[in-house]
Design a binder for this molecule. Structure first.
Ligand code: ATP
Length: 287
């Protein structure tokens, strides 16, 4: 269920700008994402979508702007000042356009590595682990259990012990999502999760994301080029072109927005009149 509009958004991006030398990849962008919504960011190739994710998740330090996360326990947290690991610790996790699993580790190990920071914190930063204290064993068992829950949820238990790199592309995509969800995030940021999936896998992915939002109340920020998926599952869509937001609304509003259609299809080019026709028209005084 979409959150009532009176709830302040979980994430509030204000005036986000990212420059690479002379190129302005993201230009004074405002964006909000609610904690129990699926919020899509769409736009043509090179529009700046992944750069927004890179700024949000601490991979880039933005040139300007504020990335405010309303954390239920920690209050307002400014993400733009934090390194990647600290952003993840705040509950903002991501997947990548190009899958980034540890290919030689098993699926289960990939999920456990993702929980490493939490595990270390709970067990006194390794000291309890070195001494094999009960607190470490409990934390480790809880991490394995969380991983198993998500492997089960995503129908991955049968491949838990297989090397991640040996799995098909579609399955690796699911492992990435399971890995992110095993950290119990507030906001799951997915960069083109349907890329490389067949229509059946894409439909299943859509159902899964609706479940994650509906059943677990996790907010989802989604970059995606598959418009049928975006239109089916998104509560709200932000459209970016040349680093600027050009439209925002519900799927119905975005579908019929002239600016969006123009950004995707381009302006119709002025038809060039062949020179001989131009000469005739000029002679007739019609040009
Ligand atoms: N590290 C970088 N250094 C220089 N330019 C960059 C860097 N990262 C992105 N850009 C440029 O910023 C612009 C936006 O790129 P970005 O990857 O954010 O677009 P996108 O909307 O995610 O595109 P796509 O849909 O093709 O993935 C592009 O012109 C890109 O070449």
């Amino acid at each position: 269920m979409a959150a009532p509009t009176t709830t302040p958004p979980l994430l509030e991006v204000t005036g986000l700008t990212m420059r690479f030398g002379g190129l302005v990849a993201v230009d004074n962008l405002n964006l909000t994402a609610r904690g129990s919504d699926i919020t899509a960011v769409i736009g043509p190739n090179g529009a700046g979508k992944t750069t927004v994710f890179n700024c949000l998740t601490g991979f880039y330090r933005p040139s300007a702007g504020r990335l405010l996360l309303r954390h239920p326990k920690r209050g307002a947290v400014e993400l733009q000042a934090l390194p990647g690991y600290a952003v993840a610790r705040m509950g903002v996790v991501r997947t990548f356009q190009n899958i980034r699993l540890f290919p030689r580790m098993s699926v289960l190990e990939n999920l456990l590595v993702a929980q490493h920071t939490g595990l270390m914190r709970q067990s006194g930063y390794g000291v309890a682990g070195l001494l094999n204290l009960p607190v470490w064993r409990r934390a480790e068992a809880a991490a394995v259990e969380r991983a198993r829950v998500w492997l089960d949820r995503l129908d991955l238990l049968s491949v838990a012990d297989e090397e991640a790199g040996n799995l098909s592309y579609g399955v690796q995509r699911r492992v990435e999502i399971a890995r992110a969800m095993s950290t119990d995030p507030l906001l799951l940021c997915l960069d083109e999760p349907a890329a490389g999936l067949n229509p059946r896998e894409t439909a299943a992915l859509g159902d899964l994301l609706l479940t994650i939002r509906g059943e677990f109340g996790t907010g989802i920020l989604l970059i995606e080029h598959d418009m049928s998926l975006v239109m089916r599952i998104s509560d709200r869509i932000h459209v970016v072109d040349h680093g600027k937001k050009i439209a925002e609304g519900t799927p119905e509003e975005i579908r019929s927005d002239d600016r969006v259609i123009k950004a995707y299809l381009g302006e119709p080019e002025e038809e060039e009149i062949p020179p001989e026709v131009a000469q005739d028209l000029e002679a007739e005084g019609r040009l």
